[in-house]
Design a protein around this ligand. Structure first.
Ligand code: G6P
Length: 612
């Protein structure tokens, strides 16, 4: 999604803003822009369509010197990607604004402002904010008062950064429904939609709350006002992940780096959470044990890859805890009447903790009767999800930059297995069974490393896909959602149409599609459904289908005409979904590289979808 960076500094801010935009580019990337107030008290702006580099090229010939500024990377929602639609938007060259989110009442406001003589240059919802500010500043006399008045009249979701020609060294911001953090410098202050943008200048952050308005001024002065307008003190938190994750290191793409980080981050997700023979329930928070004891039913709600993690968890939770589980995508859940049996725990999963539909689902759920409480499984400390859920478990994946989620997914699965075992423990899951899975979890990072060693053979396999237009992924049981995740990865980054089916459904339709032009990919761990899966694979082969199978070393599947097999080390069937995700990630990655697509920033997609 769009990204915001803003600064009030002791130095020229152009470089800081540009570097911030580069670090935010993974969120959204169809255009970028910057406005800076120069020494003569003028607002100067540059915008460019395309990647941040296009803006950098413009700034190289036509720089924007000044000590305060705002900048933005855009992912189009209202109006196509074009220079006039790129942020910052201005009014009468006196006010400039950058915005993430959607202003729902923009049409009425646009009409009102047009009637008052304001001329619109863009098709965006954001431009109304610039003109409203211009109108209100004349009456209010100062930027903050005008801004508060404008914000009170906006419906929808926003994170905003604004500045005015006649307010030297001041940037004002607000957050409602879209994330915004303040970076605390020494005698300098910054704003951004993600702390990653500012790790170049500070590791100290204030996470603004819903409804907060902030004013940054010269000398690093930071004033925060809550939704009621009262001055508030928000804690300054130190960012703990370090800055290394914002660089690709020796890898060609962030995605490849993040795939290879999985053994380490899965180990981090387990750290401090495993006892000798069971999971430490306290790692879910002090109230976890008493809450888990009351759980009679679970609703899991999430989007995208996180939803697939939830689908896998349903198999685990029902198998090991006897608790009935429903899993649903957040955009559906939030708009229907949901029947909530007494004793239901609401579980949300989100890498970013800011996905608009997921957050709306959490808030909707917390207004229903009967939910016991909520558990948020999340990768971003301080995010909205972590703050608003009753219990939270951090996945510890570290910042994920590639838009296609990889390490965030496998650490979510790891966290969900921990949750299964914690719930199982308080609900009397046999101790031996707990101990076996805890032991297997400990082996998981090294098994993942072993599987990543298959990179070369998977790269060789990928050549068979680059010219294809369709692919079918098959799995059974908890590997059906893994097949779905495999198909999602392939379509996201290589733009090959891919579908996933539970292998047993093949005969009810998709078998009609099978021919030599549509590769069929299957994961075949050594589980109780293996024989069933083998028959399904025969059905494909008998119809001239070309099969690629990732199989347990002991399953007795070998290469034959029309079947390519890659063997994975043996793993306990419960944890196989985590391990079998890795080859599917590598396959998609190599196909995308062969096709020459933009692996880390696939077209039309965004890392964190903070609009509905
Ligand atoms: C976007 C991303 C996906 C992600 C989904 C949910 O669509 O491109 O990779 O799975 O949002 O994001 P979340 O942060 O809630 O897990």
């Amino acid at each position: 999604m769009c990204g915001i960076v803003a600064a009030v500094a002791q130095r020229n801010v152009q470089k800081i803003l540009l570097e911030g935009l580069r670090r935010l580019e993974y969120r959204g990337y169809d255009s970028a822009g910057m406005a800076v107030r120069n020494n003569q008290g003028e607002l100067k702006r540059q915008r460019a369509v395309g990647k941040v580099q296009a803006l950098a090229d413009r700034l190289a010939t036509d720089p924007l010197p000044g000590t305060s500024g705002i900048a933005h990377t855009r992912w189009a929602t209202h109006g196509r990607p074009s220079e006039p639609n790129a942020h910052p938007h201005q009014s009468r060259e006196r006010l400039a604004v950058v915005h993430n989110g959607i202003i729902e009442n923009h049409e009425a406001l646009r009409q009102e402002l047009s009637e008052q003589g304001y001329v619109f240059e863009s098709e965006t919802d954001t431009e109304v904010i610039a003109h409203l500010l211009e109108r209100e500043s004349a009456a209010a006399g100062d930027l903050l008062t005008a801004f508060k008045k404008v914000v009170a009249g906006l419906d929808g979701a926003y994170a905003l950064g604004v500045m005015a020609a006649d307010a030297p060294d001041v940037v004002v911001g607000a957050r409602k429904g879209s994330p915004l953090v303040v970076g605390v410098g020494s005698d300098e202050a910054f704003l951004a939609s993600d702390p990653l943008a500012l790790l170049q200048v500070t590791d100290r952050f204030i996470y603004l709350l819903e409804g907060d308005v902030v004013r940054l001024s010269a000398g690093g002065l930071i004033e925060i006002f809550d939704a009621s307008g009262a001055v508030v003190d928000r804690p300054v938190q130190t960012f703990e992940h370090g800055d290394g994750s914002a660089s690709k290191g020796n890898y060609r793409h962030y995605m490849l780096k993040e795939i290879h980080e999985q053994p380490a981050v899965i180990a981090a997700a387990l750290e401090g959470r495993l006892g000798d023979r069971s999971v430490l329930v306290e790692s879910f928070g002090p109230q976890a044990e008493s809450l888990f004891k009351q759980v009679r039913q679970i609703h899991i709600v999430a989007c995208g890859t996180s939803y697939h993690a939830g689908m896998v968890a349903r198999y685990w939770l029902e198998r090991y805890t006897d608790v009935p589980v429903q899993v649903e995508v957040a955009s559906e859940y939030r708009y229907r009447r949901v029947v909530v049996p007494e004793g239901t725990l609401f579980v949300t999963l989100s890498q970013s903790g800011e996905t608009a539909d997921t957050m709306a689902a959490l808030r909707f759920a917390m207004q229903q009767d009967n939910y016991l409480g909520s558990l948020g499984i999340c990768n971003v400390p301080g995010s909205s999800l972590v703050r608003e859920a009753d219990l939270s478990l951090m996945t510890q994946a570290g910042p994920e930059i590639g838009v296609a989620s990889t390490k965030a997914f496998t650490t979510q699965l790891t966290a969900l297995m921990l949750f299964t075992l914690a719930l199982g423990r308080v609900r009397g899951m046999p101790e031996d069974e707990q101990a076996t899975l805890v032991e297997e979890l400990r082996r998981l990072p090294s098994l993942c490393s072993e599987v990543l060693g298959l990179d070369r053979p998977i790269e060789a396999m990928s050549t068979a896909f680059a010219e294809k237009h369709h692919a079918l992924f098959l799995g059974r049981g908890a590997h059906f959602p893994i097949a779905q995740e495999g198909a999602l990865k392939l379509k996201e980054i290589s733009y090959i149409h891919a579908e996933a089916y539970p292998a047993g459904e093949l005969k009810h339709g998709p078998l009609a599609l099978v021919d030599s032009e549509m590769p069929v990919i299957s994961v075949a761990p050594n589980d109780e459904l293996l024989d069933k899966l083998k028959s399904n694979l025969q059905e494909v082969k008998a119809r001239g289908g070309v099969l690629y199978v990732f199989a347990d070393e002991n399953v007795g599947l070998s290469e034959a005409d029309g079947i390519t097999v890659l063997h994975l080390p043996h793993i306990h069937e419960a944890l196989a979904p985590i391990l079998y995700t890795l080859p599917l990630q590598l396959l998609s990655y190599h196909v995308a590289v062969l096709k020459g697509t933009d692996v880390d920033q696939p077209r039309n997609l965004a890392k964190s979808v903070t609009v509905e």
